[in-house]
Design a protein around this ligand. Structure first.
Ligand code: 0WD
Length: 259
Protein backbone atom coordinates (compact mmCIF):
# COMPACT_ATOMS: atom_id res chain seq x y z
CA UNK A 1 0.00 0.00 0.00
CA UNK A 2 2.76 2.37 1.02
CA UNK A 3 4.43 1.85 -2.38
CA UNK A 4 1.22 2.77 -4.19
CA UNK A 5 1.13 6.02 -2.25
CA UNK A 6 4.80 6.86 -2.89
CA UNK A 7 4.93 9.03 0.21
CA UNK A 8 7.66 7.28 2.18
CA UNK A 9 10.45 9.76 2.95
CA UNK A 10 8.68 12.50 1.00
CA UNK A 11 8.73 15.88 2.74
CA UNK A 12 5.38 17.46 3.49
CA UNK A 13 4.95 20.86 5.16
CA UNK A 14 1.88 21.13 7.40
CA UNK A 15 0.78 24.67 8.26
CA UNK A 16 -1.86 25.54 10.88
CA UNK A 17 -1.91 23.19 13.84
CA UNK A 18 -3.24 25.01 16.90
CA UNK A 19 -3.83 21.93 19.06
CA UNK A 20 -4.79 18.25 18.90
CA UNK A 21 -8.28 19.10 17.64
CA UNK A 22 -6.89 20.88 14.58
CA UNK A 23 -7.60 19.42 11.16
CA UNK A 24 -3.87 19.78 10.47
CA UNK A 25 -3.17 17.34 13.30
CA UNK A 26 -5.45 14.76 11.64
CA UNK A 27 -3.44 15.29 8.46
CA UNK A 28 -0.15 14.87 10.34
CA UNK A 29 -1.28 11.56 11.81
CA UNK A 30 -2.30 10.15 8.43
CA UNK A 31 0.92 11.21 6.72
CA UNK A 32 3.20 10.09 9.55
CA UNK A 33 1.77 6.57 9.44
CA UNK A 34 2.92 6.11 5.84
CA UNK A 35 6.44 7.35 6.48
CA UNK A 36 6.30 10.92 5.17
CA UNK A 37 8.83 13.34 6.64
CA UNK A 38 6.90 16.16 8.28
CA UNK A 39 7.74 19.83 8.65
CA UNK A 40 5.40 21.94 10.79
CA UNK A 41 4.84 25.67 10.80
CA UNK A 42 3.22 27.61 13.63
CA UNK A 43 2.14 31.22 14.05
CA UNK A 44 2.34 31.95 17.74
CA UNK A 45 4.64 30.88 20.53
CA UNK A 46 1.56 29.46 22.24
CA UNK A 47 0.89 27.18 19.26
CA UNK A 48 4.57 26.22 19.09
CA UNK A 49 4.51 25.01 22.69
CA UNK A 50 1.33 23.02 22.09
CA UNK A 51 2.70 21.56 18.89
CA UNK A 52 6.00 20.49 20.46
CA UNK A 53 4.11 18.83 23.33
CA UNK A 54 1.80 17.10 20.88
CA UNK A 55 4.75 15.77 18.88
CA UNK A 56 6.49 14.57 22.02
CA UNK A 57 3.35 12.92 23.44
CA UNK A 58 2.74 11.04 20.19
CA UNK A 59 6.44 10.25 19.67
CA UNK A 60 6.46 12.01 16.31
CA UNK A 61 9.85 13.02 15.01
CA UNK A 62 9.45 16.22 13.00
CA UNK A 63 12.03 17.15 10.39
CA UNK A 64 11.65 20.77 11.40
CA UNK A 65 9.29 23.05 13.31
CA UNK A 66 9.42 26.62 12.07
CA UNK A 67 7.61 29.91 12.67
CA UNK A 68 5.47 31.26 9.84
CA UNK A 69 2.92 34.05 10.06
CA UNK A 70 1.08 34.04 6.74
CA UNK A 71 0.05 37.68 7.15
CA UNK A 72 3.72 38.58 6.72
CA UNK A 73 5.63 38.02 3.44
CA UNK A 74 9.02 38.09 5.13
CA UNK A 75 7.93 35.46 7.62
CA UNK A 76 6.72 33.16 4.81
CA UNK A 77 9.89 33.68 2.82
CA UNK A 78 12.13 33.03 5.87
CA UNK A 79 10.17 29.93 6.81
CA UNK A 80 10.51 28.34 3.38
CA UNK A 81 14.19 29.28 3.14
CA UNK A 82 14.79 27.48 6.43
CA UNK A 83 12.73 24.51 5.28
CA UNK A 84 14.51 24.37 1.91
CA UNK A 85 17.94 24.53 3.55
CA UNK A 86 17.04 21.71 5.92
CA UNK A 87 15.22 19.30 3.60
CA UNK A 88 16.30 20.28 0.08
CA UNK A 89 13.16 19.18 -1.71
CA UNK A 90 9.55 19.76 -0.67
CA UNK A 91 6.96 17.34 -2.05
CA UNK A 92 3.79 18.68 -0.50
CA UNK A 93 2.28 21.60 1.39
CA UNK A 94 -0.89 21.48 3.48
CA UNK A 95 -2.33 24.94 4.09
CA UNK A 96 -4.75 24.50 6.99
CA UNK A 97 -5.07 28.14 7.95
CA UNK A 98 -7.90 30.65 8.18
CA UNK A 99 -8.75 33.58 10.37
CA UNK A 100 -11.34 36.36 10.61
CA UNK A 101 -12.04 38.88 13.35
CA UNK A 102 -14.75 37.64 15.72
CA UNK A 103 -16.65 40.92 15.19
CA UNK A 104 -17.08 40.08 11.50
CA UNK A 105 -18.64 36.70 12.31
CA UNK A 106 -21.30 38.26 14.53
CA UNK A 107 -24.20 40.50 13.58
CA UNK A 108 -25.37 41.21 10.05
CA UNK A 109 -23.13 40.41 7.09
CA UNK A 110 -23.88 43.83 5.61
CA UNK A 111 -21.94 45.39 8.47
CA UNK A 112 -18.69 43.58 7.60
CA UNK A 113 -15.91 46.12 7.99
CA UNK A 114 -13.53 46.96 5.12
CA UNK A 115 -10.58 46.09 7.32
CA UNK A 116 -12.15 42.84 8.53
CA UNK A 117 -12.92 41.77 4.96
CA UNK A 118 -9.36 42.47 3.84
CA UNK A 119 -7.89 40.69 6.86
CA UNK A 120 -9.97 37.53 6.32
CA UNK A 121 -9.00 37.48 2.62
CA UNK A 122 -5.34 38.11 3.36
CA UNK A 123 -5.04 35.40 6.01
CA UNK A 124 -7.31 32.77 4.52
CA UNK A 125 -6.98 33.13 0.72
CA UNK A 126 -4.07 35.34 -0.40
CA UNK A 127 -1.77 33.41 1.92
CA UNK A 128 -2.11 30.32 -0.30
CA UNK A 129 -0.62 32.27 -3.22
CA UNK A 130 2.25 33.58 -1.12
CA UNK A 131 2.93 30.13 0.34
CA UNK A 132 2.85 28.44 -3.10
CA UNK A 133 5.27 31.05 -4.46
CA UNK A 134 7.79 30.49 -1.66
CA UNK A 135 7.43 26.70 -1.74
CA UNK A 136 7.74 26.36 -5.52
CA UNK A 137 11.55 26.76 -5.80
CA UNK A 138 11.90 23.70 -3.54
CA UNK A 139 9.20 21.61 -5.25
CA UNK A 140 11.60 20.57 -7.99
CA UNK A 141 10.23 17.02 -8.28
CA UNK A 142 6.63 18.17 -8.65
CA UNK A 143 4.21 17.74 -5.77
CA UNK A 144 0.88 18.56 -4.24
CA UNK A 145 -0.52 21.60 -2.45
CA UNK A 146 -3.77 21.39 -0.49
CA UNK A 147 -5.94 24.12 1.01
CA UNK A 148 -8.86 23.61 3.40
CA UNK A 149 -12.23 25.03 2.43
CA UNK A 150 -15.83 24.87 3.59
CA UNK A 151 -19.28 24.77 1.98
CA UNK A 152 -19.83 28.40 2.99
CA UNK A 153 -17.74 29.23 -0.11
CA UNK A 154 -20.54 27.98 -2.36
CA UNK A 155 -23.70 28.48 -0.33
CA UNK A 156 -24.94 30.93 2.22
CA UNK A 157 -24.28 29.43 5.62
CA UNK A 158 -25.61 32.34 7.69
CA UNK A 159 -23.04 31.92 10.47
CA UNK A 160 -20.03 31.95 8.11
CA UNK A 161 -20.27 35.46 6.65
CA UNK A 162 -16.93 37.05 5.72
CA UNK A 163 -15.22 33.67 5.93
CA UNK A 164 -17.52 32.35 3.20
CA UNK A 165 -16.21 35.07 0.88
CA UNK A 166 -12.64 34.22 1.84
CA UNK A 167 -13.27 30.52 1.11
CA UNK A 168 -14.77 31.39 -2.30
CA UNK A 169 -11.56 33.28 -3.03
CA UNK A 170 -9.51 30.35 -1.75
CA UNK A 171 -11.33 27.89 -4.03
CA UNK A 172 -10.78 30.10 -7.08
CA UNK A 173 -7.18 30.68 -6.04
CA UNK A 174 -6.72 26.91 -6.08
CA UNK A 175 -7.84 26.81 -9.71
CA UNK A 176 -5.57 29.65 -10.88
CA UNK A 177 -2.60 28.18 -9.01
CA UNK A 178 -3.34 24.75 -10.50
CA UNK A 179 -3.19 26.31 -13.94
CA UNK A 180 0.08 28.13 -13.17
CA UNK A 181 1.88 25.24 -11.52
CA UNK A 182 0.58 22.32 -13.58
CA UNK A 183 3.46 22.50 -16.11
CA UNK A 184 5.85 21.95 -13.16
CA UNK A 185 3.81 18.90 -12.15
CA UNK A 186 2.69 20.65 -8.97
CA UNK A 187 -0.96 19.92 -8.29
CA UNK A 188 -3.16 22.29 -6.30
CA UNK A 189 -6.48 21.21 -4.80
CA UNK A 190 -8.71 22.02 -1.86
CA UNK A 191 -10.61 19.80 0.50
CA UNK A 192 -13.98 21.14 1.52
CA UNK A 193 -14.40 19.65 4.98
CA UNK A 194 -17.61 19.23 6.89
CA UNK A 195 -17.85 21.03 10.23
CA UNK A 196 -15.43 19.79 12.89
CA UNK A 197 -15.23 21.13 16.44
CA UNK A 198 -11.86 22.93 16.56
CA UNK A 199 -10.53 26.20 17.96
CA UNK A 200 -11.37 28.03 14.71
CA UNK A 201 -14.92 26.64 14.82
CA UNK A 202 -15.41 28.30 18.23
CA UNK A 203 -15.68 31.62 16.42
CA UNK A 204 -18.72 30.46 14.45
CA UNK A 205 -21.95 31.13 16.32
CA UNK A 206 -24.44 28.21 16.57
CA UNK A 207 -21.81 25.72 15.44
CA UNK A 208 -23.72 22.99 17.32
CA UNK A 209 -26.75 23.53 15.08
CA UNK A 210 -24.57 23.10 12.00
CA UNK A 211 -23.14 19.85 13.43
CA UNK A 212 -26.63 18.56 14.26
CA UNK A 213 -27.99 19.31 10.83
CA UNK A 214 -25.18 17.38 9.13
CA UNK A 215 -25.74 14.44 11.45
CA UNK A 216 -29.45 14.38 10.72
CA UNK A 217 -29.50 15.07 6.98
CA UNK A 218 -26.17 14.15 5.33
CA UNK A 219 -26.23 10.88 3.36
CA UNK A 220 -23.78 9.22 5.78
CA UNK A 221 -25.77 10.52 8.82
CA UNK A 222 -22.65 11.46 10.75
CA UNK A 223 -20.18 14.27 11.08
CA UNK A 224 -16.69 13.91 9.68
CA UNK A 225 -13.56 13.76 11.80
CA UNK A 226 -10.03 15.11 11.60
CA UNK A 227 -9.03 11.57 10.59
CA UNK A 228 -11.48 11.56 7.66
CA UNK A 229 -9.96 14.79 6.36
CA UNK A 230 -6.45 13.56 7.18
CA UNK A 231 -6.89 10.42 5.10
CA UNK A 232 -8.29 12.31 2.09
CA UNK A 233 -5.39 14.75 2.34
CA UNK A 234 -3.06 11.74 2.35
CA UNK A 235 -4.75 10.51 -0.84
CA UNK A 236 -4.39 13.95 -2.42
CA UNK A 237 -0.71 14.10 -1.48
CA UNK A 238 -0.08 10.62 -2.85
CA UNK A 239 0.66 9.13 -6.27
CA UNK A 240 -2.94 7.82 -6.36
CA UNK A 241 -4.25 11.34 -7.11
CA UNK A 242 -1.56 12.16 -9.69
CA UNK A 243 -4.13 13.06 -12.37
CA UNK A 244 -6.16 15.44 -10.20
CA UNK A 245 -5.59 19.19 -9.97
CA UNK A 246 -7.70 22.33 -9.53
CA UNK A 247 -10.45 20.39 -7.73
CA UNK A 248 -12.50 21.03 -4.62
CA UNK A 249 -12.99 17.66 -2.94
CA UNK A 250 -15.81 17.38 -0.41
CA UNK A 251 -15.16 15.38 2.74
CA UNK A 252 -18.50 16.12 4.38
CA UNK A 253 -20.51 12.88 4.60
CA UNK A 254 -22.14 14.00 1.33
CA UNK A 255 -23.95 16.93 2.94
CA UNK A 256 -23.26 19.27 0.00
CA UNK A 257 -25.32 17.21 -2.46
CA UNK A 258 -28.54 17.60 -0.49
CA UNK A 259 -31.11 20.24 -1.45
O1 0WD B 1 -15.25 23.00 10.96
C1 0WD B 1 -14.05 23.26 10.77
N1 0WD B 1 -13.21 23.32 11.78
C2 0WD B 1 -13.59 23.50 9.38
C3 0WD B 1 -12.38 24.09 9.14
C4 0WD B 1 -14.50 23.11 8.27
C5 0WD B 1 -13.95 23.35 6.96
C6 0WD B 1 -12.75 23.95 6.77
N2 0WD B 1 -11.97 24.31 7.85
C7 0WD B 1 -10.69 24.94 7.57
C8 0WD B 1 -10.43 26.24 8.30
O2 0WD B 1 -11.14 27.31 7.70
C9 0WD B 1 -8.92 26.35 8.10
O3 0WD B 1 -8.63 26.78 6.78
O4 0WD B 1 -9.64 24.11 7.97
C10 0WD B 1 -8.49 24.90 8.26
C11 0WD B 1 -7.97 24.53 9.65
O5 0WD B 1 -8.96 24.85 10.58
P1 0WD B 1 -9.07 24.21 12.05
O6 0WD B 1 -8.24 23.00 12.16
O7 0WD B 1 -10.51 24.17 12.33
O8 0WD B 1 -8.43 25.41 12.89
P2 0WD B 1 -7.53 25.57 14.21
O9 0WD B 1 -7.29 24.31 14.91
O10 0WD B 1 -8.10 26.70 15.00
O11 0WD B 1 -6.18 26.10 13.58
C12 0WD B 1 -6.18 27.22 12.77
C13 0WD B 1 -4.81 27.74 12.83
C14 0WD B 1 -4.34 28.69 13.93
O12 0WD B 1 -4.09 28.38 15.17
P3 0WD B 1 -3.46 29.55 16.21
O13 0WD B 1 -3.73 29.00 17.56
O14 0WD B 1 -1.99 29.63 15.93
O15 0WD B 1 -4.21 30.81 15.91
O16 0WD B 1 -4.66 28.60 11.72
C15 0WD B 1 -3.43 29.15 11.89
C16 0WD B 1 -3.03 28.99 13.30
O17 0WD B 1 -2.16 27.91 13.52
N3 0WD B 1 -3.38 30.55 11.55
C17 0WD B 1 -2.26 31.09 11.06
N4 0WD B 1 -1.07 30.53 10.78
C18 0WD B 1 -0.13 31.34 10.30
N5 0WD B 1 -0.32 32.65 10.09
C19 0WD B 1 -2.54 32.45 10.87
C20 0WD B 1 -1.50 33.24 10.36
N6 0WD B 1 -1.63 34.54 10.14
N7 0WD B 1 -3.82 32.68 11.26
C21 0WD B 1 -4.32 31.52 11.67
Amino acid sequence: MTDLLQLKDKTIVIMGIANERSIGWGVAQSLYKVGAKLVFTYRQERSQKKLLKLLEKNEFEAELVVECDVNNDESISNAFKQIGEKVGTIHGVVHSIAFAHAADLKGDFINTSREGYAFAQDTSAYSLIAVAREAKPYMTEGGSIIGMSYLGAQRVIPEYKVMGIAKSALETTVKYLASDLGPDNIRVNAISAGPIRTLAAKGIPSFNDILNEVKETAPLRRNVTQEDVGDMTLAMMSHLSRGVTGEIIYVDSGYNIMA
